[in-house]
Design a protein around this ligand. Structure first.
Ligand code: PEP
Ligand code: MG
Length: 542
C-alpha cells in the first residue's frame, strides 16, 4: 500500500480505480519548421481561444455558477496579457513555430507566477498553462481537450486544468487526486462547486505508475491510499458508512424551518441560472430562489431575447420553484460583458461604467420589455424583481416609477399579472449600504451582493488574479457595510439577504447572522451543508 498525504479540497471517501491523465499539449513536438505566417496563425488561434473561453464561461454559468464562470474571464485576461504576448512575439520573431512560442510563453509565465510567494498568485500558474494548452491545441488543429475515461474512476494527474474540470462527465469521475496544486487553485474551486471529492498537492510520488490501480481517496483527510491493505479498507468502509449516514440526514432535512439553536430562523435561498438549477435547489431544500441572474438569457447569442422569450423563461423558473419565491434580477450587463449585439461603447473602466440599471436608463426599452415579461410571468408563482447596481435614491424612485408605468400599461391592455410583487435592490455599492436607511423606506427587500460590494469597497477588481490577497469578502469594512444595510432593513421591517459568495462561506455564517442578515442565497449544491450549519449555530446576544 502507498499512502500519499496532500491537501483536502472536498470531503468524501471514495473507493475506485485510478485513471492517470497525462496531458501533452504544453510539450511541443513535431512542429519543427515554421509553417508560414506564424504570427497570423497565432492571432487566429488566440481569437478562437477567446471564443471557446466565452462558450465555456457560459456553460459554467449555466451549469455550475457565476463565480466559477468568472474563472474563465481570468483566462481571457491572461490571453491578452502584455508580457505573455511579448514572449510569444519574440519567439516567433526568432523563427520558432507558433506552437513552440506559445508553449515557451506559458512555461515562462507559469514559472514566474509559481515563484511568487502567496498561495493565490502562485496558483495562477496552472491557469496560464491551461490557456497556453488551449491555444496550442487550436494551432495543432485538435478538438478542445476533454478527459475521457472508460468508466467511473478516481481521476489522477499532475494537475487537472480548470477547463478540463468543466468538461468532466460527473457520472464517470468519482474523485480527483492531483500531485500539484493547492486549495486556492481554480481546479479546487470547481471541484467544490461540482461536489466532487478531491485532494491536491499529493506530491511527486503520484505518478503514471498508479494508473489502473485500486485506491481509496479520503477527501476530508486529504489522503489517497493506493492498493490499500485490508485494515485500511475496513477503516475507510466504516468512515464511508458514517459519511453516507450524514449525507442521508442532510438530504432528508425536512422542509421545516432552518433555525439556529437559539431560535433565529434563516431562509436559505438559491442562486440559479436556469429552471433545471431551480429544480435541483428545490430538491436540496431551498426556501426560495434568491437570485436569478437574467444576464444568462442575454449572453452568448446573436440578438436580444424578445418579450415572449423572456416571459417563457421566467414562467419556467417560477413553475420549477413550485410556489417558492423567485427573485428575478433585471439585466446586469455592462461594457465588460460580451453582449456584442448591444454595440456598447468601449469604456476605459467598465466596472465603473454603464452597468446594470445605468444601462437601463440610457436604454429604457430594455428594462420595460423585461419588466413586462416578469409581470406577465408573475401569475405562475411568487415572483420578485431585483434591481442591480443601485447607488442613489433617485435611481430607485425612477425605477419604481418605471415599474408603475409598466403595470399601468399592462392593466390597460387587459393582461393578467400580480401587481404586488416585491421590488428589491442590490446592495453592492458602498453608496447603497451607506444610504440604506433611505432605500429601505422605498424597497421591499435588500439583496446584498458581496462580490461587487467587496470590489467597490476595497478598490480591488474581482477579476484580477493578482489581487487575490486584497479581495476579501470578509474584510471588516465589507462586514461593516453589510451590518449597516441589515440593520436598516430591520428598522424598516424588510428582509436582508446576502447573495454574493460570502453567503456560502460556512466560516462566516455565524457572523452574517449576528450582523442581522436573515436570508442567505447560495448555489444549489451548497444548500444542504448551509442548512445543517445554521441548525448547529448558537448566536451571540445583540
Ligand atoms: C454580487 O455582486 O455579489 C452578486 C451577487 O452579483 P454578481 O456576482 O452577479 O455581480
Ligand atoms: Mg453584482
Amino acid at each position: 500500500m502507498i499512502t500519499l498525504k496532500g491537501k483536502s479540497v472536498q470531503s468524501g471517501v471514495v473507493f475506485g480505480r485510478i485513471h492517470f491523465h497525462c496531458p501533452d499539449e504544453n510539450n511541443p513536438g513535431g512542429e519543427g519548421v515554421p509553417a508560414g505566417d506564424e504570427f497570423g496563425r497565432f492571432k487566429a488561434a488566440q481569437t478562437e481561444a477567446l471564443r471557446q473561453l466565452e462558450v465555456l464561461a457560459e456553460q459554467t454559468r449555466a451549469g455550475i455558477g457565476q463565480a466559477e464562470a468568472e474563472l474563465f474571464d481570468v483566462h481571457k485576461l491572461m490571453l491578452g496579457d502584455g508580457d505573455y504576448l511579448d514572449i510569444v512575439t519574440a519567439g516567433i520573431a526568432q523563427g520558432q513555430p507558433a506552437e513552440q512560442a506559445v508553449a515557451a510563453a506559458g512555461k515562462q509565465m507559469a514559472g514566474f507566477l509559481s515563484g511568487i510567494q502567496g498561495g493565490y498568485i502562485a496558483e495562477r500558474a496552472a491557469d496560464v498553462l491551461d490557456v497556453s494548452g488551449r491555444v496550442i491545441n487550436i494551432l495543432r488543429g485538435h478538438a478542445p481537450r476533454e478527459i475521457k475515461t472508460d468508466g467511473p474512476v478516481i481521476l489522477a494527474g499532475e494537475q487537472i486544468s480548470p477547463s478540463q474540470m468543466v468538461g468532466l462527465d460527473k457520472t464517470r469521475i468519482l474523485a480527483i487526486a492531483t500531485a500539484e496544486g493547492s486549495r486556492y487553485s481554480h481546479m479546487a474551486i470547481l471541484a467544490q462547486a461540482m461536489n466532487i471529492p478531491a485532494t491536491v498537492g499529493l506530491g511527486d510520488a503520484l505518478t503514471l505508475d498508479s494508473d489502473g490501480k485500486d485506491a481509496i481517496l479520503d477527501g476530508e483527510a486529504g489522503v489517497i491510499y493506493i492498493q490499500p491493505d485490508q485494515e485500511t479498507a475496513a477503516r475507510m468502509r466504516q468512515k464511508l458508512a458514517g459519511e453516507q449516514a450524514q449525507n442521508a440526514a442532510l438530504a432528508l432535512l425536512d422542509n421545516s424551518p432552518d433555525s439556529t439553536i437559539d431560535g433565529k430562523e434563516v431562509l436559505v435561498y438559491a442562486n440559479v441560472a436556469s429552471a433545471e438549477q431551480a429544480k435541483e435547489a428545490a430538491v436540496n431544500g431551498c426556501k426560495g430562489i434568491g437570485l436569478y441572474r437574467s444576464e444568462f438569457l442575454f449572453l452568448g447569442r446573436e440578438g436580444l431575447p424578445d418579450e415572449d422569450e423572456q416571459y417563457e423563461t421566467y414562467r419556467e423558473i417560477l413553475q420549477a420553484a413550485d410556489g417558492r419565491e423567485v427573485v428575478l434580477r433585471t439585466l446586469d450587463i455592462g461594457a465588460d460583458k460580451s453582449c456584442k449585439y448591444l454595440n456598447l461603447e468601449k469604456e476605459s473602466n467598465p466596472e465603473l461604467g454603464l452597468r446594470g440599471i445605468r444601462l437601463a436608463f440610457v436604454w429604457p426599452e430594455l428594462l420595460i420589455t423585461q419588466l413586462r415579461a416578469i409581470y406577465r410571468a408573475s401569475v405562475f408563482g411568487r415572483a420578485a424583481v431585483l434591481f442591480p447596481m443601485i447607488a442613489s435614491v433617485w435611481e430607485v424612485d425612477k425605477l419604481l416609477a418605471l415599474a408603475a408605468s409598466v403595470r399601468e400599461t399592462l392593466a390597460g391592455e387587459g393582461i393578467d399579472f400580480d401587481p404586488n410583487i416585491p421590488i428589491g435592490g442590490m446592495i453592492e455599492t458602498p453608496a447603497a449600504a451607506l444610504i440604506s436607511d433611505q432605500l429601505a423606506k422605498r424597497l421591499n427587500f435588500f439583496s446584498i451582493g458581496t462580490n461587487d460590494l467587496t470590489q467597490y469597497t476595497l478598490a480591488a477588481d474581482r477579476q484580477n488574479p493578482a489581487l487575490g490577497d486584497y479581495y476579501n469578502q470578509a474584510h471588516p469594512a465589507v462586514l461593516a457595510l453589510i451590518q449597516m444595510a441589515a440593520q436598516n432593513a430591520k428598522a424598516a421591517d424588510i428582509p436582508a439577504c446576502v447573495c454574493g459568495a460570502l453567503a456560502g462561506d460556512l466560516a462566516q455564517t455565524q457572523t452574517l447572522l449576528e450582523l442581522g442578515v436573515d436570508r442567505l442565497s447560495v448555489s444549489p449544491v451548497q444548500i444542504p451543508r448551509l442548512r445543517a450549519k445554521i441548525r448547529a449555530l448558537r448566536l451571540q446576544e445583540d
